[in-house]
Write a protein of this length. Sequence first.
Length: 401
Amino acid sequence: MAGGSQFISVLSAHVFAPQIRKTSVHFISRELAALGHQVRFISVGFSWLRALRNCPRYAAITRAQKNRFAPIAPRLEAGAYIAPVHAFSNRNPLLDRIGSLLFPLYAGRLPAFARNAILQSDVVMLESGTPLAFFDAVRALRPQARTLYLCRDHLQSVGASPHLQGIERRIIGAFDSVCVPSRRLAEQLPPGGRVSVIPQAVEPSAFRAARQSPYPPGTLNAISVGDMLLDRPVLADLARSAPEVTFHVFGTRWDRPAPANLKVHGEIGFEELAGFIRHADFGIAAYAASDNESYLAESSLKLLQYAHCGLPVILPDSIPVARGNEVTYPRSGRFEGRALVDRCIAMKRSGTLRFDIADWRDNAIDTLATLGLTSHPALLADEDEAAYLADDAAQPQRQAV
């Protein structure tokens, strides 16, 4: 498009909805639009099967986004591909085989709204997981588009089917760019990709705006965000060890008995979640992580968000992060939860935790730069305005008479 503006389609397993917490693909998409590019966000992996599982993402999809685009922000639209039946991954081997058989059929029948967006695209970004199944369809529809793999996680770690893992191995070398948030994750990818490490970022404005604490005055509060590899028994044990602390759990379900001081909130929007993070006394990242997930030390958004807000964080020693706010427990073996909580409270009260973390605009700029795209209309307009103001300031000023 003229003036450096690109038409960008983003295929993701996430949805754009105010009541759903944001992931990196949401922040990147918003920043690309803010930079002056036309962005269309296409959610994939949804059908009535999701409704049977009470999926919060499916429930959040508005009528306006079902198989059509709805405006989200200037130059940003989002829509969801809702099929009669969708392909899926499942940890049950039999169900996974059934889901895998559906991938070619599901990915080969894009609805008109998504197909038309891809036909106009200069760039198509595919996130990890189900979106990879659409690579061949994207290439067939728009062979001249540049393709970028937004690889966020190790597919085996997040339960992606062997079928999707096979697709990743087959196509990774065909992407024009592969962007990962972690050097460790890059080392785990199949060979052949043009891989760039673009570190994760934070959205500082949401935390600045969250001035009012959502917690009752004088209370102690811990926060856990997200459900990836969540070790629920560890979280429950921590809550039992410190009954005077309320443990707030977001972005997951709880399918077991919970201590009275463990409060499960489910999904809420990021702007609301930011207040819970900012005003917490400490964070929890109870990952049931093996050495294969060591990349989370660099890629975990919640670890960055906790650090940005100056929170101590309880996490397993299998996540080799070393910012200075970590309170670790042995991944294999017993630990004393009370001691971990006491260390966090003392660390928080010291007021010494400060960290410098990049923002999402830099991340979006660096991501497009891996495709050789370095011109952004919004930045050019800002530069033109700055040059005009500087030139105006340099002109001799007439005196009022």
